[in-house]
Design a protein around this ligand. Structure first.
Ligand code: NAD
Length: 327
């Protein structure tokens, strides 16, 4: 498929961490970008670098509202659906709202995209779909039982997308993101992700608390690798590559102890006292699996994925951004 410059992309959740980075990237590639967001967890400051770009348009609206979805997809060529309520603990505390946004909202966007005949619907899936399966590395076809309401919603997305491509012919690709991190990820709030939270604590010389003994491991994935996957998924002309899901990761795993070690090392280059901040340990958290590691072979083979940033390389960039922007 030939993707023309100046094609229009709808990015739902465009005021959030991943959505605002995608928006910035595709505007830099001269696409027109529309963002649909209700600012539930996203922020206006994430839009400040491009809010006045003539190729950008913000629609304040809610994916739970069918009309907002219909309005947003008008004249759109591609949808990159990122809007959702993230966080496993949030979904444990409030499964109904998580389901409304992540399942009903997803379905609204899929129906609106089908009716508007968009060329492709690429959506944020999640590594949480691997649930309790213990084999490593995770390969797309082998999943376990979900371990949280959030994981259920993300798996249901995949089921709907597959049925919609089979039944209505809409092209879909799901990207199972693994622990994404990088610039603009929100460090604040009860449901903040571990990397921005720890960076802020260390910058303030407060002790981060690791859940468990720190030997749990994750496939931490830098945002620029995720942008690459979205671009490949949106533009691929390989008919075998569509209507399926891909692990979106770096393909390596590091423990929480490794992670904090790198953060201290890189932040100490800005302030040497950070090297002395003590790390604390708390109890394990419900729903956490011990280890996660993606096989990225499918994405390499079918999409030509070639991730450029390891954890260390991505962390250096992220830490610099937090130091320069949020200190
Ligand atoms: P985020 O919270 O920063 O962004 C989500 C955006 O969606 C926010 O701007 C929020 O305001 C918006 N939103 C929420 N509910 C909405 C609604 N009802 N209507 C319109 N907009 C709404 O989170 P993120 O980390 O950027 O995550 C983006 C996507 O990636 C989500 O679908 C998430 O589930 C998925 N994901 C993220 C990770 C990760 O590590 N960050 C991992 C796996 C999957």
């Amino acid at each position: 498929m030939q993707v023309k410059k100046k094609d229009t992309i709808l990015i739902t959740g465009g005021a959030g961490f991943i959505g605002s980075n995608l928006t910035e990237y595709f505007l830099s590639k001269e696409y027109k970008v529309i963002c649909l967001d209700n600012f539930a967890t996203g922020h206006r400051h994430n839009l400040k670098d491009f809010i006045n770009n003539p190729n950008f348009r913000l629609i304040e609206g809610d994916i739970r509202n069918v009309e907002d979805c219909q309005n947003a997809v008008k004249g759109v060529d591609y949808v990159l659906h990122q809007a959702a309520l993230g966080s496993v603990p949030r979904s444990i505390n409030d499964p109904v709202t998580t389901n409304d946004v992540n399942v009903s909202g997803f379905l609204n966007m899929l129906v609106a995209s089908r009716d508007a005949k968009v060329k492709r619907f690429v959506y944020a899936a999640s590594s949480s779909t691997y649930g309790d399966s213990i084999g490593l590395p995770k390969v797309e076809d082998v999943i376990g039982k979900p371990l949280s309401p959030y994981a259920i919603t993300k798996y249901v997305n995949e089921l709907y997308a597959e049925i919609f491509s089979r039944t209505y012919g809409i092209e879909t690709i799901g990207l199972r993101y693994f622990n994404v991190f990088g610039r603009k990820q929100d460090p604040n709030g009860a449901y903040a992700a571990v990397i921005p939270k720890f960076v802020m604590q260390l910058m303030n010389q407060e002790s981060p608390v690791i859940n468990g003994d720190g030997n749990f491991s994750r496939d931490f994935t830098y945002i620029d690798n995720v942008i690459q996957m979205n671009e490949l998924a949106m533009t691929t002309a390989n008919p075998k590559a569509i209507n399926t899901v891909y692990n979106t990761a770096y393909g390596d795993r590091n423990t929480l102890n490794d992670l904090v070690g790198y953060l201290k090392e890189f932040l100490a280059e800005f302030n040497p006292e950070i090297a002395n901040v003590e790390i604390k340990y708390g109890p394990n958290r419900a729903g956490d699996i011990p280890h996660s590691l993606a096989s990225i072979d499918k994405a390499k083979e079918l999409l030509g994925y070639d991730p450029k940033y390891s954890l260390q390389e991505g962390l250096r960039e992220a830490v610099k951004w937090y130091w320069e922007n949020l200190r």
